[in-house]
Design a protein around this ligand. Structure first.
Ligand SMILES: [Zn+2]
Length: 282
């Protein structure tokens, strides 16, 4: 791999050679920021944990600059925070026994620039080296600009692969907006109950964000518990923690399908469902 940013960081927790570490990957997450992958793709981390034939690799696209900071981190400079966040992400890779952790180090303005192809090119190289079966991405209805821009670069990168080298399943995950609003038939349920101690350790490692003022650990755990309990009103809870995903595989099977049209089709079905229920009892 020849990644374009000089300040990128590639870390293999168990010391395996980089080509081998990447090639063993079965589950890949590409998230915008440090900690996104632990919150949105814990399912992939958990199914690979302790397995010899399944491995999780995480990719963080941004440099972690400009994050909210207060409390013990209030006096840190932007550069110091970027280094702290990179270090926290490496700690998560050790705890979660990842195959590899890649941090590309892009300022978000470059990712948001549709004419700049460097992010897409880096992601394409990572996809070529890892050939994952399952890929966890941001979802197109997320309300964070960098998340949606990152998703667009990811879809473009997958579409550069020949059809037979593309992943079998690509899902868009919850971060900055829950996917509880999706019609039940459109929800892909990911059971995130297993190894809940691991889940707690992985989210707790991002101290600069949590002690720095954002209680992501509590928020994500609460969302996942709510997803499980509010899924079916007439059935007992099959799991105590679920993540909702949107199936994005159609976008890498049909290269003519736009992300915009695909996202809006979910909203149209949601609109029809709300309308039909009200009309039924009015
Ligand atoms: Zn993020």
């Amino acid at each position: 791999m020849n990644l374009s940013r000089t300040d990128h960081d590639v870390f293999v927790p168990d010391g395996e050679s980089l080509p081998e570490a990447l090639a063993r990957t079965t589950h890949l997450c590409i998230g915008a920021h440090q900690d996104d992958q632990e919150f949105m793709a814990y399912h992939g981390i958990a199914v690979c944990f302790g397995q010899s034939d399944r491995w999780f690799t995480g990719v963080v696209v941004t440099d972690g600059g400009g994050s909210v900071r207060c409390g013990p981190y209030a006096e840190r400079t932007n550069e110091e925070m970027m280094a702290i966040r990179q270090h926290e992400q490496r700690k998560a890779a050790v705890i979660g026994e990842y195959a590899c952790q890649i941090q590309l180090g892009y300022p978000s303005r470059i990712i948001k620039d549709a004419k700049d192809e460097s992010t897409t090119e880096d992601l394409y190289q990572i996809l070529l080296a890892t050939c994952p079966e399952t890929v966890y991405l941001h979802n197109p209805t997320d309300k964070h600009d960098t998340h949606v821009a990152t998703l667009l670069r990811c879809i473009a990168a997958v579409r550069k692969l020949p059809q037979d080298a593309r992943p079998k399943l690509v899902v868009g995950c919850e971060v900055w907006r829950s996917l509880d609003w999706l019609c039940d038939a459109d929800k892909v349920a990911m059971d995130v109950e297993p190894h809940r101690n691991l889940r707690a350790a992985l989210s707790g490692v991002f101290d600069s964000q949590i002690a720095g003022g954002k209680s992501y650990d509590l928020a994500v755990t609460g969302r996942q518990a709510a997803n499980a309990t509010f899924f079916e009103s007439h059935a007992v809870d099959a799991s105590l923690a679920l993540s909702w995903c949107m199936d994005l595989t159609s976008l890498i099977v049909d290269d003519t399908l736009t992300l915009e049209a695909y996202a809006l089709s979910y909203i149209e079905r949601f609109q029809e469902e709300v309308q039909a229920r009200i009309q039924r009892f009015a």
